[in-house]
Write a new protein. Structure first.
Lengths: 313, 313
């Protein structure tokens, strides 16, 4: 799909104010996000047989979009699906959604679903896979105020779905464990949840990877977690700035004993956790390593290697 | 919603031929199933934060509908959701879908989703939960021909999502493990998959519970499985007919050594498995216990205690 076709397609979607809350691309056309719908019979819904990715737009530019597209394409292949659009078309669809919305700071999601089976079939090989996309205003795991003071997390008694069941490197919508973890956190006075594996090692939380800092060195779980693009960025920034970092099993206890804890997510970057299970981490305020990485993360958005400006027109 | 309101609502949905492939109830109105859509932003889709149930209609009557509604309501409560419709309204919606479709043998699904969060929120408590329903022609796990000769199953190396992560008694759409199991089965010449737990005990397959028969006695997994209504029916029929049955851990090896293996599902009742991992089970033909239970299962559909006739009008 070229730019011209894109524009034409967009015109069918309604007037421009309708896109202010976000734009979506569904069933081959652009629509305001509030109108966007997926077929009820799509196994992406009825079997959560889907993969997705979320990139973000910051001050008018996509950040590390190619990394997100790489991961998305790998996930699609691992689920044995094939995209009905090529990479350039998908990039254009995303740019088209952002342009339509006019949003300068946005959250941009792309989705590949198994699709709708022929009547009576229970065989996923019979499906034509579907592609959807939508762009909405930037979503924060913690708003800037909470980022300043740090989030309150609880370590959940719900176990994250094991990699022997569902491959976490294929970004997926199997979130019932994370949602239950959130409810548990709220019940215990927390604001977010960190889930563990069967060996009581920390894994991840709803939409983020986890890091601990002890004596100036960083640790982060390596197994059973999403390979987050923000996580990757943190690892690269730590290497660049010579902060020791190890990806390895991280016992929940280590998190409770840490000097600093932070999480990483496309939905907010590097975010400090200042209490775990109600106990202050370090001094109960965002630590120096966390603050330094957070700053470095946002600074990196100026780097043209990672930046794709949107031509808003 | 009363019957009258239902009728009125239905009229808005289009002409009656459009419903022949199935009818759905979405966002408060009836539509042909092919037109039925769910909001892309509903966390039922984007987080698979939903529960559902599937009942069936056979020769013009629902079978054990109240059991399905009981289970559905329990699942909704366990996910801390609340239905926007009462039980009688939901029953009427289902009857309305069947009536509109005119289907005598049908598969009837009801769904409760977390709903669409307010813009920017990541808190499931902020959502108004949604209800959807649809009815399509009866779907078989194995068509009547394959039921006669028995299905070929493989025991998958994919582990079923553990109950410590996601409560399997809340019927849910976390199917990526089951879908992967299916692909593995196809690769190995099988037709369906049976998944195991971390202890290599049999758990369940895509849409069914599993049973083994040895020396006239039945065993079926008790832990980590959906509490299937057909499974419940099999357990009740075995008790009635004095066939010994134990719900307990069933090692995968026990399945390979069994005289008979069968599965139970709303999508087909009691269905024989005649090969496991390419090896014939018993004589490689449906066994006597399986055949007896299958017959008893279909006979039970005549019992008015379990039957709700649809007034097609």
């Amino acid at each position: 799909m070229g730019d011209e076709e894109l524009e034409q397609n967009a015109k069918t979607g309604g007037d421009s104010r309708a896109y202010a809350a976000g734009a979506a691309f569904v069933e081959g056309r652009f629509v305001p996000v509030a109108e966007a719908r997926v077929p009820i019979l799509d196994w992406g819904f009825l079997r959560s047989d889907a993969t997705y990715d979320v990139a973000h737009v910051w001050r008018g530019s996509f950040f590390r979009l190619e990394d997100h597209l790489d991961r998305f394409e790998r996930g699609v292949a691992r689920l044995r699906m094939s995209l009905p659009y090529g990479r350039e078309e998908i990039r254009n669809v995303l740019l088209g959604c952002v342009r339509l919305s006019g949003l300068r700071d946005a959250y941009a999601e792309i989705i590949c679903t198994r699709g709708v089976p022929p009547p009576g079939s229970r065989d996923p090989r019979d499906c034509e896979n579907n592609f959807f996309a939508f762009v909405v205003p930037f979503v924060w795991i913690a708003d800037p105020h909470k980022q300043e003071r740090g989030l309150h997390a609880t370590i959940s008694r719900v176990r994250r779905i094991a990699p022997e069941s569902v491959d976490p490197t294929v970004k997926n919508y199997h979130w019932l464990d994370l949602q239950k973890g959130l409810f548990d956190a709220y019940d215990r006075g927390g604001e977010t949840a960190i889930l563990v594996d069967a060996g009581d090692n920390v894994v991840e939380g709803p939409g983020f990877n986890v890091f601990a800092v002890k004596d100036g060195a960083i640790s982060t779980p390596e197994h059973g977690v999403l390979e987050g693009i923000t996580r990757k960025t943190v690892i690269e920034l730590a290497a660049r700035d010579r902060i020791p970092l190890e990806a390895r099993p991280v016992p929940a206890e280590e998190l409770r004993q840490a000097d600093e804890v932070f999480v990483s997510s496309t939905a907010g970057g590097v975010i400090p956790i200042t209490t775990v299970d109600g106990e202050a981490v370090g001094g109960g305020r965002p630590g120096t390593v966390t603050r330094r990485l957070r700053e470095a993360y946002w600074d990196l958005h100026e780097d043209p290697r990672f930046s794709l400006p949107v031509a808003y027109g």
